[in-house]
Design a protein. Structure first.
Lengths: 162, 692, 109
């Protein structure tokens, strides 16, 4: 069945008609052309299609679009101000924590959620939190270092007035 | 082809730590991938695959599928075989792989029927309406069974492809599942075994595995306004794809354009032709753009790492290895793909990087009714090292020798002959073994271990050459503003080739890395390159871009030498200028040189170069064809600075591991996830590295 | 990658049918599988006719992981594994056999 829904994506409301069977991944990629969201395994096992749903990382390939209404959806396109790199992205660049980088958008968003939830994570907490994201180039050691650098960058950043 | 080496102390870009030049598009998710490219009216492909490992196709009924709304075409292999001028089979070593199965299927997962439709769901729905009747045939799944004379044959005959110079000696054959046999005979093995103090005989095996590139294979094909074939594909070998499509469809090469943007990992899975022939035939029939993207499940049914069984027998006399006899059986699956090249290039290394006077190698590439196998991170070499350096260690321990010393003694020195007779150079393996041992405190006495946890140390050594003979061409275009464009068919798949090649060109022309743009592979524009694989790009393409840049620099120096009345050899390129060595204030900017040479800033200065290490004599029996110079061994050399070495790729030369006895590893827990949230963080392996 | 290939990656076929052909069933290494500590050592040997002495290093780190692990296991507990991957079950069976015992084949370890 088709129905009209409104999704809040990267702080913008998008109203569109979707089929009940359409996944959030299909809507984000095929309809809205948010190419940072990537299909890889289709079964929620790799984290390539990670987006933030009310700040929590989810696999967009397992979530139906119609079940995503009324939530804040963030893709990598919505991270930062669109001009400068976010400190997490800066850290991934400085630590060379990307190679083919197909997994990178998912990792960056998972790290965002991690640092929002645990501002000062231990290695174990990082490993635990990021274990749903696969990097086949196996740059895990670099990613681990990038998380620590991102944490430092964020903690040094001036606090924005509320 | 040798280029004069600069004094290393002079280097200003190479050897420095620079950021990846592709970092920004990648970290923002804006990098172009084939899956992001859409064309008006684009069709999507779904493929019906064989449920049987070996079966004759008796009947295909596709009428209902064709009648489904939104379906453009439903295609079978029999129909492709009837298309005039089209070869229904393709492959880099043998033309044995059908675009869609013709008459019979050879593995469970073999593509049988393809549908192109307005969207993927419609194409998949149409597949449900196709009926296929099969008659099952005897099949063979075990590589050692497959070599027996009474085994079922996967193919009735073997048809060589003649696409690569190093595979030109591959022979036609029939009545066997062995499609390629590499032999090496050095010294007198039988005599050495007869005279040995001890003989060690072991069998080692490694299973098929999948590359799992995070981006599954994807290809988009369309005909442009000149009806030329345009192909966007996630491939590690754009030049080869063009050659293959030309041979398969009889299309002139200049009417085929293959482009490759960034690809999301390859590891060997994306070499040679994969989805391109089927996407092409569907585009030719429908005259519409066709996107063919594999699902993850299809990826597993498309290409694998070779499963290998190695029988290795080693003679020891007076504490030294005197002979080694290796039988290596490569399970290449239903279609040979690049198996013969792997059987050859890895087969000849299967006695190890050691001085062994008597060596006997038989390396067999064998068809079975399993998923086709190809190259995988090391081109087969990890499988042979698994055998020979497990055994080398086992022998050392059995003899009561120190495993490090036992390897160091026979490890080849610079300039010594390898088992093939090729002299090794820039080898460094002894130093690599020593430093690896030092890094894990090899000589430090082991602590007394209490409780159920045991800690051990292990070391292994191996050798791999770069792929030769092979060819890389490049064009360097210098702009009047001192920036450069580099035309190269090397695929950036994560290894950092754009950065490395940029550093080399920047060094040669005296520019900064940021002033050099590497153009992505486009067969209309970028010259031929054999493949992006086998650790060959830094050497081959690196030399090609450097030589092309050197030609451009020579043209610049000619102008400056005339103007300043100095010898060209006294000039050097630095900071966007060409100046006099030792008097760097005397010189000209690139803009000034362009004005002097062309009278205008609106032009460019371009040069082409080809790197093709010359092959020594090819022996068709042993297949020995190694270039006398041109192999990279197990050590590294610039231009990777300390920070931009291929991260992740250097890790693992040695691994020492904790080991706990008797604990139960959580192994292969197949619990399915029921929710989309990251409650799913994987626990499947638990702490595999601790609870072995 | 090669740590995964050493410890658990394997395509399992039954009568020619792949039975673990999805990422739910086929295991690849995650960040949790990465060793707690490891170091890369780069031994630089210039390539006489490589560009500025360079040569490729893409595959070298991957080549020897499996035998290094197997050799470390023998060093630790005295059993030799000859077929990859080196799963906990194989090590446990080898340990039992070394002690003269055998483990039931169908046990779900």
């Amino acid at each position: 069945m088709k129905r009209e829904i409104t999704l809040n994506i990267n702080d913008r409301d998008e109203t569109l008609v979707v089929d009940d069977a359409e996944t959030l991944l299909e809507v984000l990629r095929d309809r809205l052309k948010l190419w940072s969201v990537r299909e890889s395994c289709g079964v929620g096992a790799c984290g390539s299609c990670t987006v933030l749903l009310d700040g929590r990382p989810v696999s967009a390939c397992l979530l139906l679009a119609v079940r995503s209404t009324g939530r804040d959806i963030t893709t990598l396109e919505g991270l930062g101000d669109g001009q400068l790199l976010h400190p997490i992205q800066e850290a991934f660049v400085s630590e060379r924590a990307l190679q083919c980088a197909y997994c990178t958008p998912g990792f960056v968003l998972s790290v965002k959620a991690l640092l929002d939830e645990i501002p000062n994570p231990s290695d174990d907490e990082i490993r635990e939190y990021l274990s749903g994201n696969l990097c086949r180039c196996a740059g895990y050691a670099d990613i681990l270092r990038a998380v620590h650098l991102a944490r430092e960058k964020i903690s040094r950043a001036p606090v924005k007035p509320e | 082809m040798a280029t004069r080496d600069k004094d290393m102390a002079d280097l200003s870009v190479v050897g420095q730590s620079v950021y990846r030049t592709d970092a920004n598009p990648k970290v923002t998710g804006r990098a172009l991938h084939v899956g992001n490219i859409e064309m008006p009216g684009m069709l999507h492909v779904a493929v019906l695959r064989s449920p049987y490992a070996h079966a004759r196709i008796k009947r295909i009924d596709k009428a209902k599928a064709e009648a489904l709304s939104g379906v453009a075409v439903v295609l079978t292999g029999a129909e492709i075989a009837k298309m005039p001028g089209v070869d229904a089979h393709f492959g880099p070593a043998f033309r044995d792989q059908p675009i869609l199965a013709v008459e019979k299927v050879c593995y469970a997962g073999d593509p049988v029927v393809a549908v192109a439709a307005v969207d993927r769901r419609t194409a998949e729905d149409a597949l449900q309406l196709v009926e296929v009747d099969y008659e099952q045939l005897p099949a063979v799944f075990d590589v050692l069974e497959a070599v027996k004379s009474d085994s079922p044959f996967v193919h009735e005959q073997h048809r060589p492809a003649k696409a690569f110079a190093d595979l030109a000696h591959v022979k036609a054959g029939r009545q066997s599942n062995i499609c390629y046999h590499f032999k090496l005979r050095t010294g007198d093995v039988d005599k050495a075994f007869a005279e040995a103090d001890r003989v060690f005989e072991d069998t080692f095996s490694s299973p098929p595995a999948q590359h799992v590139p995070m981006e599954p294979h994807v290809t988009l094909v369309y005909l442009d306004e000149h009806a030329r074939l345009n192909v966007w594909t996630s491939s590690q070998s754009p030049s080869y794809v063009r050659t293959e499509l030309s041979a398969t469809f009889g299309i002139p090469m200049n009417r085929i354009r293959v482009r490759v943007p960034y690809i999301g990992g390859g590891y060997g899975a994306k070499l040679y032709a994969k989805l391109e022939p089927l996407a092409t035939v569907l585009a030719l029939i429908t005259r519409k753009p066709v996107r063919y993207a594999l699902t993850r499940e299809e990826e597993f049914l498309t290409i694998t790492k070779h499963g290998v069984v190695t029988k290795i027998k080693t003679a020891v006399k007076n504490g030294a290895i005197t002979a080694r006899k290796c039988e290596v059986y490569w399970d290449t699956g239903a279609y040979a793909e690049i198996g013969p090249r792997i059987g050859h290039k890895s087969g000849y290394t299967s006695a190890g990087p050691y001085r062994i006077p008597n060596v006997w190698i038989d390396s067999y590439c064998v068809y079975t009714n399993r998923v086709p196998a190809g190259a995988f991170r090391g081109f087969g070499v990890p499988q042979v090292i698994w055998a020979y350096d497990s055994q080398t260690d086992l022998i050392a321990r059995a003899l009561g020798a120190d495993p490090v010393e036992f390897r160091l003694k026979p490890a080849l020195e610079e300039g010594e002959p390898f088992a093939t007779g090729t002299l090794v150079h820039s080898f460094g393996i002894k130093e690599a073994i020593r430093q690896a041992a030092q890094a894990i405190d090899w000589t430090k006495p082991r602590a007394v271990q209490a409780g159920t946890k045991r800690r051990g140390k292990g070391i292994a050594a191996g050798v791999k050459a770069v792929l030769t003979p092979s060819i890389s061409g490049a064009i360097v275009i210098l702009n009047a503003d001192g920036t450069a464009n580099v035309l190269s068919s090397t695929v950036e798949m994560g290894q950092g080739s754009e950065t490395t090649l940029g550093q080399i060109v920047a060094e040669e022309l005296g520019l900064s890395v940021g002033q050099v743009h590497i153009v992505q592979p486009d067969t209309d524009v970028t010259p031929y390159d054999t493949i992006t694989a086998g650790s060959r790009s830094t050497y081959h393409m690196g030399n090609a871009v450097r030589m092309a840049a050197a030609k451009v620099k020579a043209a610049l120096c000619e102008v400056v030498a005339a103007k300043l009345e100095v010898a060209p050899d006294d000039l050097l390129a630095r900071n966007g200028r060409v100046c006099v060595r030792g008097m760097e204030e005397r010189g000209m900017t690139i803009g000034e040189i362009f004005l002097a040479k062309f009278g205008s800033l609106g032009t460019t200065l371009a040069a082409e170069a080809v790197c093709q290490p010359t092959a020594a004599h090819m022996d068709p029996e042993t297949g020995q064809s190694e270039a006398s110079r041109g192999g990279g061994m197990s050590t590294d050399r610039r231009p990777h600075g300390p920070g931009n070495r291929p991260v992740g790729k250097m890790h693992g030369v040695l691994v020492s591991f904790g080991h706990r006895r008797g604990s139960r590893g959580r192994y292969r827990n197949r619990a399915r996830r029921s929710s989309a949230t990251h409650q799913r963080r994987r626990h499947r392996h638990g702490d595999q590295s601790e609870t072995l | 990658m090669h740590l995964g290939l050493t410890l658990f990656e394997e395509m399992v076929f039954e009568d020619g049918q792949l039975v673990n052909g999805s990422l739910l069933d086929y295991q690849v290494a995650t960040i949790k599988d990465m060793p707690r500590s490891f170091r890369s050592v780069v031994v630089e040997v210039p390539h006489a006719d490589g560009p500025f002495g360079a040569k490729g290093a893409g595959e070298t780190g991957a080549l020897t992981v499996a035998p290094a692990v197997a050799n470390a296991i023998e060093d630790a507990v005295g059993v030799r594994i000859r077929d990859l991957p080196i799963t906990p079950e194989k090590v446990l069976r080898a340990l039992a056999e070394k002690d003269g015992a055998t483990l039931p084949r169908d046990s779900s370890l």
